[in-house]
Ligand binder design. Structure first.
Ligand code: GLN
Length: 504
């Protein structure tokens, strides 16, 4: 979505707004006020935010305007970073000093962090304006944002449909013009699937590329933090801002961070794009298949070589994910006991420690979180450990090997991001297993640790379809390059959500 002359400020891309800030055409106060006005207009129907801080946002905008004015006076606009004065939203599992961080759980409803997550600090240092916190599935467990303790978020393309999850609030906010860009988290698809459902770009970086310090853990060997943005260029800018080594996250990698923006327009001439046959079998809807196949033809026309590859074990990814993720979740959730952290029930006089913990956890956690804790505890229990968890770990290694081998035959792997477009609230499967199938194409990247992006590639039933591109470890640059080629031919710059967008 770029270069639209009718766009209101809050519907423009980060890079367009940056150029306008540099030339003095607009101020951050104007952009931020426009975003706040859009929030006032649509938030009652979209429900993307759980916390907003108008005053601090406007103060941040004024500070950014001063930085810009000074640089312009000194004729040094090159010193103005790409994020200065840009309004962003952070998922509510990313710690923000002084602003509550709830994971959309009753357990952390009143938790106000005394420190910033690494990504929060980097965005602040880069001059971004933090508008508030995005709604999410409780503790990031889900695919619809409906397990939030606060309220549902509605898809800006059709308010009768889910925005996806778990980073559904952030994806909906970016789609509806309630923020220019955002930060989500992805353990099994939670950046990519909501990005796909809301017609925006979402990137799950390589494991270790972005520090998780200060991000509430769900499944530590799978958790990643990444951007959700309006277009691929914005995604490159945001990734550059948050990536890189951080001594406070021992899994964060020392590898140098490339200038992703310089890769955006490289094109796909000669790029070898692998199509894993296992990701094009039954399961996806016809509309999704048609949109993805059209995008593949467009990539071929743009000069890419399309090659068929095989990921023979891919069908097991979902099962392995739900064993590893629940096991790690049950361990990470153990700290939320009402003693050191989290909700404590009223009227606890006379309770012993065990009763207090069980009352805190019984009342503080919602259904889906409890289901995951129970599944995870079961697979880790001594009698089952090897049959389930041990086998899952061994399978994970084989799956990662499959991905690595496929990526020696090609530069990246393409598939749909999700098997369906955003479904209606009344079509939501009641069976948790059917819901877990939403993650069929996304979990493999987390298990293998590789990066993956979702880019809108067309519409089906009037709803956006996301194309997923998976790449080699630390090769986000290729995903950005290929993602931009998809964006250029998708026709999506003419499509707009019903709420927000720049149709009016
Ligand atoms: N939908 C997946 C789940 O429920 C993914 C969650 C995530 O990536 N945080 O586990």
């Amino acid at each position: 979505m770029s270069g639209n002359a009718d766009a209101t400020l809050c519907d423009m891309t980060l890079h367009e707004l940056h150029d306008m800030l540099l030339s003095g055409q607009v101020s951050s106060r104007e952009i931020t006020s426009d975003v706040l006005a859009r929030i006032d207009e649509v938030e009652a129907s979209v429900g993307a935010y759980v916390t907003r801080d108008r005053e601090t946002a406007l103060k941040g905008a004024d500070a950014a305007d001063e930085v810009i004015a000074r640089a312009r006076r000194d004729r040094d606009t090159g010193a103005i970073g790409a994020l200065v004065g840009i309004p962003v939203v952070l998922k509510d599992n990313v710690c923000t000093r002084g602003m509550r961080t709830t994971c959309c759980s009753k357990m952390l409803e009143d938790f106000i962090p005394t420190y910033d997550a690494a990504v929060t600090a980097r965005l602040r240092e880069a001059g971004a304006v933090i508008v508030g916190k995005g709604n999410m599935d409780e503790f990031a467990m889900g695919s619809t944002t409906q397990t939030s303790v606060f309220h549902v978020t509605r898809n800006p393309w059709d308010l009768e449909r889910v925005p996806g999850g778990s980073s559904g609030g952030c994806a909906a906010a970016v789609a509806a013009g309630e923020a220019v860009a955002s930060i989500g988290t992805d353990t099994g698809g939670s950046i990519r699937q909501p990005a796909s459902f809301c017609g925006v770009v979402g990137l799950k970086p390589t494991y270790g590329r972005v520090s998780r310090y200060g991000v509430v853990a769900f499944a530590s060997s799978l958790d990643t933090v990444g951007p959700i943005t309006r277009d691929v260029r914005d995604c490159a800018i945001m990734l550059k801002a948050i990536a890189g080594r951080d001594g406070r996250d021992s899994t964060s990698a020392p590898d140098a961070v490339p200038d992703y923006s310089s890769c955006v327009e490289r094109g796909v001439q000669g790029l070898r794009i692998g199509i894993p046959e296992q990701f094009f079998g039954p399961g996806m809807t016809d509309g999704v298949r048609t949109a993805v196949e059209r995008a593949l033809r467009a990539l071929e026309d743009a000069g890419a070589d399309i090659v068929e590859v095989s990921l023979p074990l891919a069908e097991h990814a979902l099962a392995v994910y739900y064993l590893v993720a629940t096991a790690e979740a049950s361990s990470n959730m153990a700290r939320l006991d009402g003693i050191r952290y989290g909700y404590r029930p009223e009227g606890r006089g006379g309770m012993d420690v065990a009763d207090l913990m069980s009352a805190s956890r019984g009342q503080g956690f919602g259904m889906e979180v409890k289901r995951r804790i129970m599944l995870g505890t079961f697979v880790l229990s001594s009698g089952n450990f090897d049959a389930f968890y041990g086998r899952a770990l061994r399978s994970r290694r084989l799956l990662a090997e499959d991905v690595r081998r496929a990526l020696t035959e090609c530069d990246c792997l393409v598939s749909p991001t999700a098997p369906t477009v955003a479904f209606r609230f009344d079509e939501e499967p009641d069976d948790p297993l059917a819901m877990y199938l939403q993650d069929i194409y996304t979990t493999l990247a987390n298990l293998a640790g590789v990066p993956a992006i979702s880019v809108p590639c067309g519409l089906a039933d009037g709803m956006p379809v996301g194309l997923q591109i998976m790449g080699r470890m630390f090769d986000e640059a290729t995903l950005i390059r290929a993602g931009r080629a998809v964006e250029l031919t998708s026709g999506m710059d003419a499509a707009r959500p019903k709420v927000g967008g720049c149709a009016k």
